[in-house]
Design a protein around this ligand. Structure first.
Ligand code: AMP
Length: 228
């Protein structure tokens, strides 16, 4: 059975980290809008130039731009799943939908493609822990790996073996803006899906492996419930 799952949680909740683990493990192709925008910026494409300033300030990209990218990517994943290609069993959304209008648009996209959403996973982390994590978050310049430098010595950081970059939108002002946007616009998306019984909450304030185990279990039990 195909699986279409959304990972939700505030910035710094570990969505990206978990998507990178759970996606390949369950053969779910990732739809990470933030990453798609960052690669467009790096490639200096038309889309990249259009969204660069918005990302740097921590503001949202307009819905029509974002929804169009998601529609295209999801359509190609659905086609791959239907082709019987064993490498892809579905999709995992990371960073989309970020407001109720996007969630409604996604309903329409799924309907057009004749598919349904399997599950929405909320990664729950206390706000104080989020702010600390975001301030220490760095990205490896070479591998794109996400690191956290909180409490690490210079030697330990050097042992990562690559230059570490702090995202513009992980600077304190942008962090505050992004968390405020989450509260105002993204938290209502959870209510939107909870009303349809689609949300499973996992505890994100524990080891990466423990969070992964909860996500794996949440998806497996939802799939079992759908099949039976
Ligand atoms: P992320 O990597 O998910 O934290 O996203 C980084 C930035 O990309 C966000 O702060 C927004 O500027 C933009 N972005 C990512 N996903 C969306 C979305 N679903 N809607 C609008 N903007 C988005």
């Amino acid at each position: 059975m195909a699986v279409y799952a959304i990972l939700m949680g505030a910035q710094g909740s570990g969505k990206g980290t978990q998507a990178a683990i759970v996606g390949p493990e369950l053969k779910l192709a990732k739809i990470a809008t933030g990453e798609l925008f960052r690669s467009a910026i790096a490639a200096r494409s038309e889309l990249g130039l259009q969204v660069e300033g918005l990302l740097a300030r921590g503001e949202l990209v307009p819905d029509d731009v974002t929804n169009a990218i998601v529609r295209e990517r999801l359509a190609s994943i659905v086609a791959q799943v239907r082709s019987g290609d064993d490498a892809v069993r579905g999709a995992l959304f990371d960073g989309f939908p970020r407001n109720v209008a996007q969630a409604a648009a996604l309903d329409g996209i799924f309907a057009d493609l004749g598919e349904t959403l399997t599950i929405v996973i909320e990664i729950d982390v206390p706000r104080a822990a989020l702010i600390e994590r975001l301030a220490g978050r760095r990205t490896g310049a070479r591998t794109g790996t996400i690191y956290n430098v909180n409490g690490l010595s210079d030697e330990e950081i050097a042992a990562f073996g690559e230059e570490l970059i702090q995202r513009d939108d992980d600077q304190p002002e942008a962090i505050a803006r992004r968390l405020a946007i989450y509260d105002e616009q993204t938290a209502p998306v959870l209510a939107y899906y909870a009303g349809r019984g689609l949300v499973t909450r996992v505890n994100g304030d524990q080891d990466v492996e423990a969070v992964t185990a909860e996500i794996r279990e949440a998806i497996a039990s939802r799939v079992a419930a759908k099949v039976s």
